[in-house]
Design a protein around this ligand. Structure first.
Ligand SMILES: Nc1ncnc2c1ncn2[C@@H]1O[C@H](COP(=O)(O)OP(=O)(O)OP(=O)(O)O)[C@@H](O)[C@H]1O
Ligand code: SF4
Ligand SMILES: [Mg+2]
Length: 335
């Protein structure tokens, strides 16, 4: 890990020119974006757009063998997205940044009681000197309080359970408790509720949002659920083919999309009667597999507005402050 300035500047996350290749395939292309302190940013796009790889790069969790260029600066520290020492990244993860992924079982240790797993996070944090000498009773009290905050019944008893003794929704609540335990500056959520029963999805989402709000943590929120982005996030990044094709305030992008891909994602009336769990509108054609995207605009094989001009990489343009896109024939009308 390379340490840069001692004083952490805003924003909490700053990604500059990040490109990632795995094997023969270039999977992420020149990503540049920021997440401000306390800001909630949505990351949307169809399956295979590169959303999860982006979150893994941010967390220094790219698979071995991945190659990356560009930089990721998290909470004032620039880290190597590939090859950062596990020790260095472990001190960042769970403290300055936490994550909630889709499948809670992969985030929990099946052989450890859930309370002990929450306690471990608190103790690792204390070990960094922020809360030295945390005694057992105080840690236990904090564990129970955290489990209570995420709406788990009888938290003192539940702390003694093993993950397999809980329901999927309860397990994800434990994961959320762990993620919020140390008041992270940034919470990265990758489809945090899609593996759960529909009846508990909205509840778990609500507690994530309330937890983030209470701590004034920033959030990078990956989801297929556009109505949720509309209610939870201030800004949105739209990804396709490993590129950010449009970015801006949610209120702007969702009402006046510029890139033809965003326009397709939103559909004519997708946000009307918005309700959680509503999937993305289908865009004609399918996302090509890695390595099979066209040259120039990556969306042009599926875009009915494509012309010869689209065979060259479209430049990034920004008609309104903070709202940019990479489309040479942008949509312009009010929706
Ligand atoms: N470890 C890997 N090795 C090789 N290719 C990978 C690896 N991980 C992801 N990819 C490829 O990178 C591309 C982006 O994958 P990613 O998982 O980031 O998509 P996503 O936007 O998160 O999709 P979904 O909505 O389905 O979760 C895909 O083409 C995928 O096949
Ligand atoms: S650049 Fe061309 S192909 Fe790409 S989205 Fe815009 S109009 Fe369609
Ligand atoms: Mg994914």
């Amino acid at each position: 890990m390379t340490t840069a300035a001692a004083v952490a500047p805003s924003p909490v996350l700053e990604v500059r020119g990040l490109s990632v290749s795995i094997g023969r395939h270039d999977l992420l292309h020149d990503l540049t974006f920021t997440v401000g302190r306390g800001e909630r940013v949505g990351l949307i796009g169809e399956s295979g757009s590169g959303k999860s790889l982006t979150s893994l790069a941010v967390l220094g969790l790219l698979p071995e063998g991945a190659r990356a260029t560009g930089s990721v600066r998290l909470a004032g520290v620039t880290h190597d997205v590939v090859g950062a020492s596990e020790r260095a990244m472990a001190s960042v993860r769970g403290n300055d940044v936490s994550m909630v992924f889709q499948e809670p079982m992969t985030a929990l240790n099946p052989t450890m009681r859930v309370g002990a797993q929450v306690a471990e996070t608190i103790l690792v944090h204390a070990g960094r000197g922020k809360r030295p000498g945390a005694d057992r009773a105080a840690v236990r009290q904090r564990v129970v309080a955290l489990l209570d905050q995420v709406g788990l019944p009888a938290p003192a008893e539940l702390a003694r359970a093993y993950p397999h003794q809980l329901s999927g929704g309860q397990r994800q609540r434990v994961v959320v408790a762990i993620a919020l335990a140390n008041d992270p500056e940034l919470l990265v959520c990758d489809e945090p509720t899609t593996a759960l029963d529909v009846t508990v999805q909205a509840k778990v989402l609500d507690l994530i949002v309330r937890g983030v709000e209470a701590r004034r943590s920033a959030m990078l929120f990956i989801t297929h659920d556009l109505p949720v982005v509309a209610t939870v996030c201030e800004r949105v990044l739209v990804m396709y083919g490993g590129r950010i094709v449009e970015a801006g305030p949610v209120a702007e992008v969702f009402t006046r999309p510029r890139h033809r891909y965003t326009e397709g994602l939103l559909g004519a009336s997708d946000l009307e009667g918005a309700r959680p769990g509503k999937p993305l509108t289908t865009i004609p054609g399918t996302v090509p597999p890695a390595g099979a995207f066209p040259e120039g605009c990556v969306f042009r094989t599926r875009c009915r507005h494509a012309t010869a001009e689209c065979a060259a990489p479209p430049p990034w343009s920004s008609a309104d402050p903070g709202h940019g896109h990479a489309c040479v024939h942008p949509a312009g009308g009010e929706r």
